[in-house]
Design a protein around this ligand. Structure first.
Ligand SMILES: Cc1cc2nc3c(=O)[nH]c(=O)nc-3n(C[C@H](O)[C@H](O)[C@H](O)COP(=O)(O)OP(=O)(O)OC[C@H]3O[C@@H](n4cnc5c(N)ncnc54)[C@H](O)[C@@H]3O)c2cc1C
Length: 536
C-alpha cells in the first residue's frame, strides 16, 4: 500500500477496542480530542471477542459488570442472566460501540508493532505490523490485562495430528466435540467453565491437571426482573456504593465484619453454608479475614474441600480435585457443575503435578512413559497476564529505553497509570492497579476518568508533557508489595506473581489494597497537582 507523504497525527492513540478502549475513545471525543483506536481483531469486545469457548461467562453479576458512565445506557440494556455468557457480553460491547458512534474511530485488523517516543517533538510514533505509522501526543494502552494467551511449548506439540484449540483464541464457528476423544490441559477459570460443557458432548474427556482449583457455584439463572427493577430504580447510587466496596462490586452483600476465628465452629459453618448457597465470590466475604489470615483461610479451604468430597463420588478423584493451597490466592473459580462433571463415566482426571507432560506425538501425549490418546486438544492454559501484551511490543521511551529493559525485574510503574521514562503514555487496568482484583469495568472507568481529568488539567495549565518521577515509581513498587504482604496472596504460585510463565520475573503485579483506597489515593495525587508526576 502506498504510504501517505506525511505521517497522520492524532491527539490520542488508543490501543485496543475492549471495554477500556471503547470508553477511552468516547471520553476523549467528549473532550474534543482527535482520538483513534487501533485494534488487532476485526471487531470490538476484547476479552469477549476472543474468549468464545463454550461456557465462557462473567463471574461478577452483569448488573455490576457493565458500564455506569451513561444513565440511559445502563437503564436501556437488559441482561438475560445473572451472569451473562460471552455472546451476550459481546452483543453489549457492540451495542456500546454503536450507541456512541465509536466504530468510525477504530482501525480494525491493525496490530501495533511498536512505538517510540520522539523527544524533540514530544510525541509518540507508532507503527502497525503492516508498516503504517501514526504520530500521537498521548498513547493509551488499553490492550488488556489478559490478552496474550499462554501457549506452553510442549515438546512435539506441533506434530499432534488433531485440532488444537486455545480457550482464549476460540474459532468463531461452533466446535463439534460429538464422538470425539477430547483432552483439556489446565484447570483454571476458563477450564472450569468449559469442562462441564465439553464433557456433555465428547465421547471421552481427559483433563490434565497440574494444580487443583477451588470453585464456588455460580448459581446462575435468568435475571429476576423484579431485582433488576430495584437495582435500576437507584442505579446511580448502587454503582456509587459498589465503588466503595473492596472489589468494586457486591454492595448488596457486604463482607461479614467478623473474624472467622472469633466464632464457634457451628456458627462458622452456618455462615459458610449461607454464602455457598448464594454463590459466586460471596463465600470470600463470609468473614473479614479469609484473605488476610492464613488460619482463617485454612478453615474456608477445608469447607470447600468438604464440598468437593461430598460431590465427587470416587474418593481418589475427589482427593485429586481437592486443592491444598490457600483459597483465593489464585483467582477463585466460579462454576456451573464443575466438580459434578467428574462423576460422569466418560470423564477422567490425570494428575500432572508430579509427572509433567513429557511430549506429544501424532495421537496424544506421554506422561511418565504412559501414552494418553485423544483426537482433539483444548489448551486452557491461561495468559501471560498483565505484562505479556506490552512486553511483546517494540515500545521505547526516552533515550530509546526499551520496555523489556525497564521491566526486566518486574513491571515498574506509578499508580499503574504511568511509567517513568515513558512520557504521555497511560496504561489502563494493568499492573500496579487494582485491576485484576476488582470488577474490571469499575477499574476501567476509574482509569479512563482519571486520564481524562489529567489531560484536562494539563490543557488548563498549558502543559503538554506528563512523566512519572522515578522516586514516586520506586515508592509505588514498595506500596504494591506491602499491600500484597498484608494478604494471603503471596502464599502460592499464581499468575498475579507471573509464576505461570517460565522465566517471568516474580513480582506481585496487581494492587491488593482494595479499590476504594486506591481510588482515593489516585484522587489525592490529582488534588495535589499530580504529585509524583512531572508536568511540563
Ligand atoms: C475468560 C475471561 C473471563 C473474565 N471474566 C471477568 C469477570 O468476570 N469479571 C471481571 O471483572 N473481569 C473478567 N475478566 C477480565 C477482562 O479481561 C476484563 O474484565 C475486561 O474485559 C478487560 O477489558 P480491556 O478493554 O481492558 O481489555 P481486553 O478486553 O483484553 O481488550 C484489549 C484489546 O486490545 C487488543 N490488543 C492487544 N494488543 C494489541 C496490539 N498490539 N495491537 C492492537 N490491538 C491489540 C486485543 O485484541 C483486545 O481486543 C475476564 C477475562 C477473561 C479472559
Amino acid at each position: 500500500m502506498k504510504q501517505p507523504a506525511t505521517t497522520p497525527s492524532v491527539d490520542m492513540l488508543i490501543v485496543g477496542a475492549g471495554f477500556a478502549g471503547l470508553y477511552m475513545l468516547h471520553k476523549a471525543r467528549c473532550m474534543g480530542l482527535d482520538a483513534m483506536v487501533i485494534e488487532s481483531a476485526p471487531s470490538v469486545g476484547g476479552t469477549w471477542y476472543h474468549n468464545r469457548y463454550p461456557g465462557a461467562r462473567v463471574d461478577i453479576q452483569s448488573l455490576e459488570y457493565s458500564f455506569s458512565f451513561d444513565e440511559a445506557l445502563q437503564q436501556e440494556w437488559r441482561w438475560t442472566e445473572r451472569y451473562a455468557g460471552q455472546p451476550e457480553l459481546l452483543r453489549y460491547a457492540n451495542h456500546v460501540a454503536d450507541r456512541f458512534g465509536l466504530r468510525d474511530g477504530i482501525r480494525f485488523d491493525t496490530r501495533m508493532r511498536g512505538a517510540q517516543f520522539d523527544e524533540a517533538a514530544g510525541e509518540w510514533v507508532l507503527q502497525s505490523e503492516c508498516g503504517e505509522t501514526w504520530r500521537t501526543r498521548f498513547l493509551v494502552m488499553a490492550s488488556g490485562p489478559l490478552s496474550s494467551p499462554n501457549r506452553p511449548d510442549f515438546p512435539g506439540l506441533g506434530g499432534f495430528d488433531g485440532p488444537v484449540f486455545h480457550t482464549a483464541d476460540w474459532p468463531h464457528e461452533p466446535v463439534d466435540f460429538g464422538g470425539q476423544r477430547v483432552a483439556v490441559i489446565g484447570t483454571g477459570s476458563s477450564a472450569v467453565q468449559t469442562i462441564p460443557i465439553i464433557a456433555q458432548q465428547a465421547r471421552e474427556l481427559t483433563v490434565f491437571q497440574r494444580t487443583a482449583a477451588y470453585a464456588a457455584p455460580a448459581r446462575n439463572g435468568p435475571l429476576d426482573p423484579a431485582f433488576e427493577g430495584r437495582v435500576k430504580a437507584d442505579y446511580k447510587n448502587f454503582r456509587a456504593r459498589n465503588r466503595r466496596m473492596h472489589g468494586g462490586f457486591g454492595n448488596l452483600l457486604p463482607p461479614n465484619p467478623v473474624s472467622a476465628l472469633a466464632v464457634s465452629a457451628a456458627e462458622r459453618e452456618a455462615r459458610f453454608e449461607e454464602r455457598w448457597r448464594i454463590g459466586g465470590f460471596a463465600i470470600l466475604g463470609a468473614f473479614n479475614d479469609l484473605l488476610t489470615n492464613l488460619q482463617a483461610n485454612a478453615l474456608l479451604a477445608e469447607f470447600v474441600r468438604g464440598k468437593i468430597r461430598s460431590t465427587v463420588h470416587d474418593p481418589a478423584t475427589a482427593a485429586l480435585l481437592s486443592p491444598t493451597h490457600t483459597i483465593g490466592c489464585k483467582r477463585l473459580c466460579v462454576d456451573s457443575g464443575y466438580y459434578e462433571t467428574f462423576n460422569l463415566p466418560n470423564v477422567r482426571l490425570v494428575d500432572v503435578s508430579t509427572q509433567p507432560i513429557e511430549r506429544f506425538d501424532a495421537r496424544g501425549l506421554f506422561i511418565g512413559g504412559r501414552h494418553h490418546e485423544f483426537d482433539t486438544l483444548v489448551l486452557a492454559t491461561g495468559f501471560d497476564a498483565m505484562t505479556g501484551t506490552m512486553l511483546r511490543l517494540d515500545l521505547r521511551g526516552r533515550g530509546g529505553l526499551r520496555i523489556q529493559d525497564k521491566w526486566q525485574a518486574g513491571p515498574l510503574n506509578y499508580l499503574g497509570l504511568g511509567i517513568a521514562g515513558f512520557p504521555n503514555l497511560f496504561n489502563i487496568a494493568g499492573p500496579g492497579s487494582t485491576s485484576a482484583f476488582t470488577n474490571v469495568i469499575v477499574a476501567i472507568e476509574h482509569h479512563v476518568d482519571w486520564i481524562a481529568d489529567c489531560i484536562g488539567h494539563m490543557q488548563a495549565h498549558g502543559k503538554t508533557l506528563i512523566e512519572v518521577d522515578e522516586r514516586a515509581e520506586a515508592g509505588w513498587a514498595e506500596h504494591v508489595n506491602a499491600a500484597a504482604k498484608r494478604t494471603v496472596f503471596l502464599s502460592c504460585n499464581s499468575w498475579y506473581l507471573g509464576a505461570n510463565i517460565p522465566g517471568k520475573p516474580r513480582m506481585f503485579m496487581p494492587l491488593a489494597d482494595g479499590f476504594p483506597r486506591y481510588a482515593d489515593h489516585c484522587a489525592e495525587v490529582a488534588r495535589k497537582g499530580y504529585e509524583g508526576f512531572v508536568l511540563r
